[in-house]
Ligand binder design. Sequence first.
Ligand SMILES: *Cc1c(COP(=O)(O)O)cnc(C)c1O
Length: 420
Amino acid sequence: MNIENLKKVDPDVAGLIEKELERQQTTIELIASENFTSEAVMEACGSVLTNKYAEGKPYKRYYNGCDNIDKIEELAQKRACELFHMDHANVQPHSGAQANMAVFMALLKPGDKVLSMDLSNGGHLSHGSPVNFSGMYFDVKSYGVDENGCIDYDDVERMAIEHQPKLIICGASNYSKIIDFKRFREIADKVGAYLLADIAHIAGLVAGGVHPSPAGYAQFVTTTTHKTLRGPRGGIIMCDEKYAKQIDKAVFPGMQGGPLEHIIAGKAVALLEASKPEFKEYAQNIVRNAKALAQGLLDNGMDIVGGMTENHLMTLDLRKTGKTGKDMANVLECVGITANKNTVPNDPQSPFVTSGIRLGAAAVTTRGFDEEAMREVARIIAEAIKNSDNNAALTQLRQDSLKLCKKFPLYAQYSRAGQF
Ligand SMILES: *Cc1c(COP(=O)(O)O)cnc(C)c1O
């Protein structure tokens, strides 16, 4: 990470960036929506492309001087379409939430009905939460998961028939089972609804062939690029050709101004990386590692919502320990493990306290953690929760987590690496 100029111009920001690098290198990252992008992606994102205005689409811009930008954005679009087997891609959404917003804008009028997964059951804010634009301007009905953490497809169908939504959304932020896109499409067809598959969390697994693809089932696919896909922070919308114009218009001028072409270049690089055989191996390793973590937790007497995970994440169910997600996520931070509190199905605690912790394997798999390392992570988590009031035990567990970080270095070529 070359920040020599930054150190001279703004030592405050430079110092904090170095500290953040050190934090990432010396802690175990289990936040299921995070990952470590490549140096190549970061170089593209940190480039002179940040200087360019390029409102419009490739070769149809409102500004001059876009020759190079056009080619870069076109590459990103082409690579997205090839990787996910979709007709059309708009790579301009600044984030996953904005990708969803554009799909809502393209298809719906305020007040139209939407059927999506409830936020506290694993859905996303932008799928219709009352505090989000999606819940404020649209009539949202939501489906949940059963006690085993599974979508009840018959119940989704029953709700679709009852409410006759114009749009059905599948895809989640906290769901550990394979999503049946075919079944969702059948339900959508039955009531004449569009189907949006939001694969923000599982995009890398889909690209790597370890989760079924929504292509051929969902007319609209949205994703983030920074979760399992391991690119820069951002969003992408993909759709059937016949909706391309509608979607593009919703993104610009409907919702956004100038696209972030430096980030789009980063997306192009990440999409290229995700098309390589090594990425398939990475995706397989994520799922293998998630299963090893889940099995390790079960072996240590912990509960997991829905039992064994089928993808990259799981929710630790703390109900029988009498401890809360909020407190235990803080205890895990003390022992060098970063994760977030999360509700479990029928959680007796409020969403601010919760009885669960969401854990994901994508980021640690990037730094090379193997199944043995995941079993050690599971032991550290279980011990930390059991000994949450024992400072001596927590201090020892922090040493254990540091040992794993040293064994699997991250961004080793950057400054500070190896100094801890
Ligand atoms: C993370 C996520 C998003 C939002 O992505 P942002 O880039 O944070 O806006 C949307 N949908 C799902 C399912 C997600 O998990």
